[in-house]
Design a protein around this ligand. Sequence first.
Ligand SMILES: [Mg+2]
Length: 368
Amino acid sequence: MKIDRIELREIRMELKNSFETSFGVTTERRMVLVSVYSEGLFGIGEVACGETPGYNHETTDTAWSILEDVIVPRVLGKSFEHPSDLEPVLHPIRGNHFTKAGLEMAVWDLAAKAANMPLWKYLGGVQTELPVGISVGIKKSPEALAEFVIEQEALGYKRIKLKIGPGRDVAFVTAARAALKPTTKLTSDANSAYTLADLEVLKALDGIGMQYMEQPLEYDDLVDHATLQKQIKTPICLDEPIHSVGDVRKAKELGSGSVINLKLGRVGGHLESQRIAKYCLENGIDLWAGGMLESGVGRAHNVAMQTQAGFTLASDTAPSSRYWSEDIIEPEIVMVNGITHPLEGIGLGVNLKNDLIHTFTARVATFK
Ligand SMILES: [Mg+2]
């Protein structure tokens, strides 16, 4: 596959409902869609990092700049036998994993189309019944949260994850736990809002009865998480500090946690995700796919990834309708009784709603 054209397109999509985490409130998403063209075929990926450096160092604007100035010149006009051949080209660029993944995902879609296969099968996926969890933003009060989670439980979600932060933690999680059926899996995600000085709060959370506790401590930490895990029973799930299969191995050796939230972008794309899924399967580490409030393009890539053996827990691949009035893909991602299925079309398996995409476009650049 010779890459003979690359298009970068920034789209802006307003969320149906604002989403609050410990680092801020999101009302509008800005993503960069990356399209690669080769011999009459095209593939598409999405850079799903934040608009601000709140989740990690990357932003929509740094992604655009790194793509335009560094990545596109290295990829345009080059030929690749397989998407894994991109690794020697992208690996020397330090960090910027979400940005590199946008391009990498597009090449996987292209390669699956060239092989005339659905992407999920091309990736080696084997699972077709994919359990879906929901990520719930911070609400105004424990009562408002309890009311909201009851509605979500009724929709069939297989796991309910609560965003928490200091002062909006124990009472909120306790209220949600009391409101839900005892069999409904409940988890929390602090997005790094605590330190070991908050041990009392973390121990109180430990007593509520959660499936796991996601990323309570610093975004780049593995050591303190290992200290904490020795003092609480609830398994710790790591998100922000996991950038590679090497990080998963280090977390395992340190005892930092036994659950991994895998974000396709955070680890640089499908190739590293495959390695992580394989490592987790072989080492008894629970794994699920996280989300970044993606458009349907990123969401469809997440669903394809999640079909691999190794994904053992419900993933944040909620249906398009949870976030968007209208998604940019058809068919949209749907969920029935808490289950979604891989898309069976060739490649990513979706058609793009180009009129809608044009409406959402803030800037576009084409390189030939
Ligand atoms: Mg998280």
